[in-house]
Design a protein around this ligand. Structure first.
Ligand code: S3P
Length: 437
């Protein structure tokens, strides 16, 4: 974990300009993993230079994969083939990345060698039983700390068997761990989901030449296939763009263009929610980027009103609730969220982190086991904690744009896990000063 650092963020002016948001975190993790397993050389463009995704790349270097960085956001990966990874000589550090650890657990469970996955303080508190249980059913041997917590000690040399598995929680990470183990399994692996989640692993396996059949809520693949190197173009991360969508919506006089943002339908629940609240967000220049739909998002300030967030879109906006809560705090009336208990096991307990922080700034929030109700009002000045969570830190910097005075946000170094350079970009389009304190 980087050094403790705090920001005091002031409100600025109307937000104006065009922004290029860094590459998608989910896609960047998967691109490195699959390129490493492929036969041949793959190039990744738009790779997210965040701590999470760099940790994944560093792990593959430890596993014997040559990865070059000819320029920032570009990686050239010399794939070693599905059977070419080498035993690491030290534990593999996933940093803050749940995606890294969960996907790698599936991949490493099927290798001939032992490995250990470790993470930072926040990741070391996150539940891993959700991957250990299904992978064990496939024949994997994984030991964890009490309560299913990291580190994960993975025993190599096991025979992995395909299975037909229905996920207990809607989780793309668990689905992906099972599919990656399934690549090495005897027979067929089928994953069924209670609610469809992001399908980047399935799409990218297809791009690497794997025969995988999938549709929303369902994926099926046969073990023993090889991957063919390919070039990947990573779209801009919708979840990073989300902070600017909310910021431009709540700051009077704003108009922002967010260029070529990834609009995978399993990611864009926040667009539905914000539009239902009255937001003015227009999609322009629709195209495809590496097989993913992308568009410029033009966001103009608009008065927002509270809504009941439809439960069925919760998985499609699972990373966007910190931003949504800030929109709710600036909206007229009440916004209610239900069916979002998963937020309690993200980088922090995001229901508690947002409720506590917004209350500290004078906003009324009633928390429930699986959601919260936020009553819109005047955001005040005060001090909030990120709770080791990049998205909480960024969300409160957005809240500061509508606050009556400066907001001090404690522990913000974690923003670099997903959005390096966020503060400079934000100030460049009109956010107030971010003073490091
Ligand atoms: C991700 C899946 C989601 C999401 C996370 C990234 C992925 O987690 O919250 O930020 O890349 O597969 P869950 O699988 O735990 O829902």
């Amino acid at each position: 974990m980087a050094d403790r650092q705090n920001w005091t963020v002031s409100s600025g002016r109307a937000l104006q300009g065009e922004l290029e948001i860094p590459g998608d975190k989910s896609v960047s993790h998967r691109a490195v993993m699959l390129a490493a397993l492929a036969d041949g050389v793959s190039t990744i463009d738009g790779f997210l230079e965040g701590e999470d995704t760099r940790a994944t790349a560093a792990i593959f270097s430890q596993l014997g994969v040559r990865i070059e960085t000819p320029s920032p956001s570009r990686r050239v990966v010399h794939g070693v083939g599905v059977d070419g990874l080498r035993a690491p000589s030290a534990p593999l550090d996933c940093g803050n990345a749940g995606t890294g650890m969960r996907l790698l657990s599936g991949l490493l469970a099927a290798q001939a060698f032992d490995s250990t996955l470790v993470g930072d303080e926040s990741l070391s508190r996150r539940p891993m039983r959700r991957v250990i249980d299904p992978l064990s059913r496939m024949g994997a041997r994984i030991e964890s700390e009490a309560g299913g917590l990291p580190p994960l000690r993975i025993r190599g040399g096991q025979t992995i068997r395909g299975m037909d598995y229905t996920l207990e929680v809607a989780s793309a990470q668990v689905k992906s761990a099972v599919l990656l183990a399934g690549l090495y399994a005897e027979g067929e692996t089928v994953v069924r989901e209670p609610h469809p989640t992001r399908d980047y692993t399935e799409r990218m396996l297809t791009a690497f030449g794997v025969d995988i059949e999938f549709s929303p809520g369902h994926a099926r693949l046969r073990g023993g296939q090889r991957l063919r190197a390919t070039d990947i173009a990573v779209p801009a991360d919708f979840s990073s763009a989300a902070f600017f969508m909310v910021a431009a919506s709540i700051v009077p006089g704003s108009e922002l263009r967010l260029r070529a943002v990834g609009l995978n339908p399993r990611r864009t629940g926040l667009l539905i929610a914000l539009r239902a609240m009255g937001a003015d967000i227009v999609e322009e220049n629709r195209s495809e980027h590496g097989g993913e739909p992308v568009a410029d998002l033009v966001v103009r300030h608009a008065p927002l009103h509270g809504i009941e967030v439809p439960v069925e879109i919760v998985p499609d906006m699972i990373d966007e609730f910190p931003a949504l809560f800030v929109a709710a705090a600036c909206a007229e009336g009440r916004t209610t969220v239900r069916g979002a208990a998963e937020l309690r096991v993200k980088e922090s307990d995001r229901l508690a982190s947002m409720a506590t922080g917004l209350r500290a700034l004078g906003i009324r929030v009633d928390e429930t086991a699986d959601g919260a109700t936020v009553l819109g009002g005047q955001i005040g000045s005060g001090e909030v904690h990120s709770h080791d969570d990049h998205r909480i830190a960024m969300a409160f910097s957005v809240a500061a744009q509508r606050a009556s005075g400066p907001v001090r946000i404690l522990d913000v170094a974690n923003v670099a896990t997903s959005f390096p350079g966020y503060d400079a970009l934000a100030q460049g389009i009109g956010f107030g000063a971010f003073t490091a304190t």
